[in-house]
Design a binder for this molecule. Structure first.
Ligand code: MLT
Length: 401
């Protein structure tokens, strides 16, 4: 990740509220000052101006973690979390210099606009300063499992964490966690038939058990004995299967927006209807049917676009196979009390597919589980509320060290 020069700024009394704390809006101003300061120390404050463009803030997500007071010296570290063709995401970590306490963490998304306010590609000089594109630039390695070729993104060093996506998503559903969990070796495969992985040749080549076998083959290929396994929804169903058949490969489980129950008969019929629709009309028809249930009301429209893009990267046989695998998945309720490793359960407050009450009941059956509800997220907490979700995941992973 490209780092901006680190900047230290003092909190002044006029930055503080009536109670003497650094005001929440004033923190945004300090972040803005830190960015200008970083530009001044690097390519120059006029970097954007001389290229005829402007970075327009599109989204700001801030975790306020501790108070700061007049005269505190704050160190603001800024890194480029993501760089696309027309957008960039900056991550700020604000620490008090005297005791290294983290005051706040923020992620701010900017789009590059021209003087008429139209979204425009980042000019060459700015792109060079920000570093290589991150969206799509992390090339996966290929792992052969029988006739299938699986794409696996592997990033960083440290204890391994295996990130397993749900349906109909791919490894990019973890884009924020892949960028942010810097102290861990992140292993994020595309399941067979999804993303850049090839589809299974056999029409009956998909099952939750087959996906679990694929993950173990990937760990073997990477020389990883055991990993913390983080499964989103269908990825959670596959995690239960790993726990049943390959418990020694799992050091901890992170169950995100998932549930243990099998499909009821009407849900099985719905899977068959969706499979027929997908065969007839393709990926877009499927995702249009699923989207209303996937996202929270206030989720940014870009996330819906990302979901459409992920679904389009599946092959039709992959989607149909996954629907059959979902329809036929086993009941994992009995697996829960057998889980001996530390467990984290996360659920979006507006998840309609695995609602908070279901997640909390699931966590209650796991001996060493903690459960958190992620506010303002639906079924895709890692993508809808990346900062809060990543923080909960990182804090849990740190307890395993
Ligand atoms: C998923 O996100 O993987 C699916 O919603 C799982 C399901 O439909 O049961």
């Amino acid at each position: 990740m490209t780092a901006f020069p680190t900047v230290e700024l003092t909190v002044y009394p006029y930055d503080c509220d009536a109670f003497g704390h650094l005001n929440q809006a004033a923190l945004l101003t300090l972040l803005e000052r830190a960015r200008w300061e970083a530009l001044a120390r690097g390519p120059g404050m006029d970097l954007f101006d001389r290229n005829g463009v402007w970075p327009a803030a599109r989204r700001a997500v801030i975790d306020y973690k501790a108070g700061a007071y007049p005269r505190d010296l704050l160190r603001i570290e800024t890194t480029v979390a993501q760089r696309g063709t027309t957008s960039l995401t900056l991550r700020h970590i604000v620490r008090r210099v005297s005791d290294e306490v983290t005051i706040a963490e923020a992620e701010i998304v900017f789009v590059c606009v021209d003087r008429l306010g139209r979204v425009t590609p980042l000019p060459e000089e700015i792109a060079r300063f920000l570093g290589p594109r991150t969206s799509g630039s992390h090339q996966p390695i290929r792992v052969s499992v029988g006739a299938a070729e699986l794409a696996v993104e592997v990033r960083g060093d440290g204890p391994p964490v295996l990130l397993v996506h749900g349906f109909p998503f791919d490894r990019s559903v973890w884009r924020h966690q892949l960028a942010a969990l810097a102290r861990w070796k992140r292993i994020a495969p595309d399941l067979r038939g999804a993303g850049a992985s090839s589809a299974s040749a056999a029409p009956d080549g998909y099952s939750i058990a087959r996906y679990a076998d694929d993950l173990v083959a990937i760990l073997d290929a990477l020389g990883v004995g055991a990993a913390a396994v983080c499964g989103l929804s269908m990825g959670g169903y596959v995690t239960f299967e790993l726990l049943r058949r390959y418990a020694d490969r799992v050091t901890a489980v992170l169950l995100v927006d998932t549930k243990p129950d099998p499909d009821a008969p009407d849900a099985k019929r719905e899977r068959d209807k969706l499979a027929a629709l997908t065969e007839r009309e393709g990926q877009d028809a499927l995702v249009s049917r699923l989207l209303p249930k996937l996202l929270a009301r206030q989720t940014q429209p870009e996330v819906a676009e990302q979901v459409r893009d992920m679904a389009r990267r599946w092959s039709v046989p992959g989607l149909v196979g996954a629907l059959h695998a979902l329809r036929d998945r086993p009941d994992s309720t009995e697996t829960l009390p057998q889980i001996r490793v530390p467990a984290l359960v996360l659920v979006g407050s507006e998840d309609q597919i695995a609602p908070p009450a279901v997640a909390q009941a699931m966590a209650a059956l796991i001996p060493k589980a903690q459960c958190h509800v992620v506010p303002a997220a639906g079924h895709l907490a890692p993508l809808e509320q990346p900062l809060a979700t990543t923080r909960l995941i990182a804090d849990f992973l740190e307890t395993l060290r």
